[in-house]
Design a binder for this molecule. Structure first.
Ligand SMILES: *[C@@H]1O[C@H](CO)[C@@H](O)[C@H](O)[C@H]1NC(C)=O
Length: 940
């Protein structure tokens, strides 16, 4: 949710000042202090420009001193040399010092360590022997503990002139050049570079100093003053990606998948990509502006090297420039004659803790990154279905009504959501007793039809002495403190609020306990959680967030960990749901803010988007970017949060979103109702079809979620991840792959009669609806109707589906499968299915079915992929009721099934006919083999 829209002030019968915000939200408080009051008036004055992004509320680079300083530096600014190079504790370490200055003063320590599978980690921090005034913040709780065990113990380096190199990975080495200081990764044999650090000498590290008289350290922005007790402490440097045609990643921005240059000759003055978690009201659909979450991982891809990645683990505000070619034309630095993209990274605080990923394939980089920060949690099956949300479903009656309408209209869905209004005055873990008098019954009623509920729990706690959460938190000192050491008090939905300090593990554990059934009164096992506003959003704070000089546990300044605040909150909530079930079931928690590692705790959505075509379009690259940077389970509000989508836009949105990992309709308080059946029979049918298609593909999605869980490879993938040699895919973000088999082309314009689709080369593509085969390798215009968007199955793949229509995932549990086989030019195809109980952690003990289907030489075989396990098993009696073969030409008349050896029907017939296109497919009806068994089906 964004900020307040319209506010009126009145005095109620208790003589309390009450503030009514458009849409009927009510905040009553007798303790509104003057600055809040003025702030509110300020918002009222701002309302003249409603429904546009409030640019002035946010700092730009020029108003951000560290960013302005870093951007104005010229190449060769860095004068440091690396000395005292040696191997210590299996790492290569050195001192960085300025030879012109008094030698040992202000030196930095650099260390390089090498990990399995092509990962180099580099840290640069102040030298502890010089007793800096404070230890700089190093982000804990993100790097997996088991990553440490993948460290390769370095024994020696090779010295060549002033370069020191160590083995990195099969055919690659890492090099530290001492003068001028530079670090790079290269291929050993060719000397070709992959990634380099400080090749342009833009490295700068502002060391902590003790404040001297005359030091002006305070920073002002609008009405806010940041005391900055430790002065300037920023870090900046350049990173070059060699062989790169494009760079990607560093969410969250509403922008294209391939990142546009932000600085350089001929480039219109642009802001750098900002990474600073903010609650941005009505964000623009094309902007480098930082949104709700931050992942400082950039990937590059190109024809010559392939893919590489650079990740800076740092939770302070970051700004990143992608430099256009020729930006360094005036510098005299000579770099190897290799195509490359240069970038400039700037952060306000922290240390350098950087990871170089050498790839060289796209999936290698995401796997390398996942080995550092973890793969996605395995979601419960229900969470992969359709979610219906609105701010707000008013009361129990409304919930019942919406729920029954889904059944009446035969539309499947799994989860109904309640936004902030369900609480008693925005006190989370409570219910508005008038509107929701029987929350347990309500949830049980939904659960009786296999449906769940999600309620919202935000990190701002109403400062109300009668509210148990506030009482405990203030008594125990669990709140974030302001710069003076008092509980930080900011303005959010409940009015005057304080914020739980989730950085402290003891506080997280306390918070997690709040989700137990006894503490969260009115909750039941079918209730799950939504964390909003966790950037954190503070309505009267600088840039709508917490002041940077606020203090966390361990005397950490908010500026040092700002981007990780929401991550900790998400973590604690997710751990709460795990605790609630005694560690048995998987949690479901949706979060708006995120950070590296978020994928281990739950789901993310792209926040408060707008009901506009361009927002539908940008939702695709935003979700693909999240997948590239580890967070595969993400989605955008279907229909757009703000505003009323025209019907055609809403339908198109459902059609695209049905193929994206997290699928939820959501809308702002002030929008018209937009449940799927409100737009006439025809449109109800179109939306129903879109949602049903999603449900038929759930076995495939679930299998892909397991792949993401095992490897880090995302569910929704940019085309270039699957076709890394097909240049035409590198900056295509209108289409995407679901797994390696489905290509989805969105329709993003009103009244479209056709769309241009690029189908990657060297494959045949089968239209999902008609079975029509298309040769890949060129862009082609294709007709579209309002019925669906173009979706294709790639030749050589097998997709498991469940084609019977049900009300929810739970009701599909025992349904039989359909396998769709699209053969390649050699008549072969492969695919997988993964199945487990859909909710518990038993799969970790081996309670799952994992099969690979291999089709070749007219023979389909099911092979077991599950590891033999004696501790636990999962049984399913589900059978396969249909096998559809696309692109298979033969005179097949019957099939033989082994081992049972019974014959079954084969039918050659039209798959489905659309606009005159005829095509045929071979359908094997009722083979009725069990999904969990070994078998072979021979086509005779
Ligand atoms: C998969 O998901 C489970 C449950 O969320 C998690 O515990 C596990 O670490 C994940 N990764 C792997 C490789 O199983």
């Amino acid at each position: 949710m964004g900020q307040i829209l319209l506010i009126s002030l009145k005095t109620d019968t208790n003589n309390d000042l009450s503030i009514t915000i458009k849409g009927g939200r009510n905040m009553s408080s007798s303790s509104i202090v003057l600055h809040h009051f003025l702030f509110l008036l300020l918002i009222v004055c701002h309302l003249t420009s409603v429904s546009s992004w409030k640019k002035d509320e946010f700092r730009n680079c020029n108003q951000t001193p560290f960013c302005k300083r870093a951007r104005s530096r010229k190449p060769q600014h860095c004068k440091l040399i690396a000395t005292d190079v040696r191997i210590e504790d299996g790492e290569l370490t050195a001192k960085l010092m300025n030879p012109q200055e008094n030698l040992d003063e202000n030196s930095l320590i650099i260390s390089l360590s090498v990990y399995q599978n092509g990962i180099l980690r580099m840290k640069i921090d102040e030298d502890p022997v010089q007793n800096p005034p404070k230890k700089r913040f190093q982000v804990p709780d993100v790097v997996l503990p088991e990553f440490q065990s993948k460290k390769l113990w370095l024994q020696r380096y090779t010295k060549d002139g002033d370069s020191f190199s160590v083995y990195l990975f099969d055919g690659y080495e890492a090099v530290v050049k001492s003068d001028s200081f530079e670090v790079f990764v290269r291929e050993q044999s060719s000397g070709k570079r992959v990634l380099s650090f400080n090749s342009h000498g833009l490295f700068d590290f502002e060391q902590l100093r003790v404040k001297k008289e005359g030091d002006e350290w305070e920073e002002r922005f609008r009405s806010h003053t940041d005391s900055r007790p430790y002065g300037p402490q920023s870090i900046s440097f350049d990173v070059s990606f060699y062989g790169a045609d494009f760079v990607y990643g560093i969410p969250e921005h509403a922008t294209s998948l391939a990142l546009k240059p932000t600085n350089g000759p001929g480039i219109e003055e642009s802001e750098p990509y900002r990474l600073f978690n903010l609650d941005v009201f009505e964000y623009l659909h094309e902007s480098p502006f930082g949104l709700y979450g931050s992942i400082p991982l950039m990937l590059s891809h190109g024809k010559s090297h392939g893919t590489s990645g650079f990740f800076w683990l740092n939770a302070a505000e970051m700004q990143i420039d992608v430099l256009g070619s020729g930006w360094d034309a005036e510098s005299s630095i000579l770099l190897p004659d290799q195509k490359r993209i240069d970038t400039l990274w700037m952060s306000e605080a922290g240390i350098v803790d950087a990871f170089f990923f050498i790839g060289p394939k796209p999936k290698d980089v995401v796997k390398q990154y996942a080995s550092v920060t973890g793969t996605s949690a395995m979601p419960q099956l229900f969470a992969t279905g359709y979610h219906q949300c609105r701010w707000n479903y008013r009361d129990e009656e409304d919930v019942k009504n919406v729920d029954s309408k889904f059944d009446e209209h035969d539309i499947p869905y799994d989860v109904l959501w309640l936004d902030i209004e369900h609480t008693d005055g925005k006190r989370y873990f409570t219910w508005d007793k008038a509107l929701f008098p029987n929350p347990e019954e309500m949830q049980k009623d939904l659960a009786s039809r296999g449906r769940r509920m999600v309620t919202i729990v935000d990190p701002h706690i109403k400062r109300d002495d009668n509210y148990h959460i506030h009482k405990e938190a203030s008594k125990n000192g669990y709140y974030v403190k302001d710069a003076t050491g008092k509980d930080f008090d900011g303005w959010c939905w409940p009015g005057s609020s304080s914020y739980i300090d989730m950085v402290n593990p003891e506080i997280r554990s306390w918070w997690a306990d709040k989700f137990s059934y006894t503490e969260y009164v009115g909750s039941t096992p079918s209730l799950y959680i939504w964390n909003d506003m966790n950037e954190p959003s503070v309505f009267n704070g600088p840039e709508v967030t917490m002041p940077r000089d606020a203090l966390h546990y361990g005397n950490v300044e908010h500026r040092e960990l700002h981007n990780a605040y929401g991550y900790y909150f998400h973590m604690a909530t997710s751990e709460g749901l795990v605790k609630r079930e005694g560690g048995k079931d998987r949690p479901f928690v949706l979060s708006r803010a995120f950070f590296p590692g978020t994928q281990r705790y739950g789901t993310v959505w792209t926040g408060d988007n707008i009901a506009e075509w361009e927002h539908l379009r940008v939702s695709v690259p935003m979700i693909l970017t999240l997948g590239l940077t580890g967070i595969t389970f993400s989605g955008a509000d279907v229909g757009g949060f703000f505003g009323n989508p025209e019907t055609e836009l809403l339908v198109r949105w459902y059609q695209v979103a049905a193929y994206l990992p997290f699928f939820r309709g959501h809308a702002h308080h002030d929008t018209k109702r937009r449940e799927p059946w409100l737009f006439g029979e025809h449109n109800t049918e179109l939306i129903r079809d879109a949602i049903r298609v999603r449900y038929t593909f759930l076995p495939y999605f679930y299998t892909l979620f397991r792949e993401a869980n095992m490897t880090g490879v995302p569910v929704a993938r940019p085309l270039w991840m699957e076709f890394p040699y097909d240049e035409a895919t590198f900056n295509n973000d209108e289409a995407f792959m679901v797994g390696n088999a489905l290509l989805v082309q969105g329709v993003y314009t009103r009244g479209a009669k056709d769309v241009t689709v690029y189908l990657p080369r060297d494959h045949t593509w089968y239209d999902l609806k008609t079975g029509t085969a298309y040769k890949g390798g060129h862009a082609q215009k294709m007709e579209v109707t309002d019925a669906d968007i173009p979706v294709f199955q790639r030749s050589g793949t097998i997709i498991p589906r469940k084609d019977r229509f049900r009300r929810s995932t739970l009701q599909m549990e025992n349904d039989p499968y359909t396998l769709v086989i699209a053969v390649d030019s050699s008549g072969a195809a492969e695919g997988e299915v993964y199945i487990d109980d859909g909710k518990s952690y038993e799969f970790k003990q081996g309670a799952y079915i994992h099969r690979r289907f291999i089709f070749s030489d007219g023979k389909l075989t099911s092979v077991n992929l599950a590891a033999a396990s004696s501790t636990s098993s999962f049984v399913s009696d589900c059978t396969i009721e249909r096998i559809i073969l696309l692109g298979y030409s033969s005179k097949t008349k019957s099939v033989r099934i082994e081992p049972s050896n019974h014959a079954t029907d084969v039918e050659l017939g039209p798959l489905q006919i659309r606009s005159g296109v005829r095509s045929s497919a071979l359908t094997i009806r009722k083979p009725n083999v069990r999904i969990s068994d070994d078998w072979t089906i021979r086509l005779l």
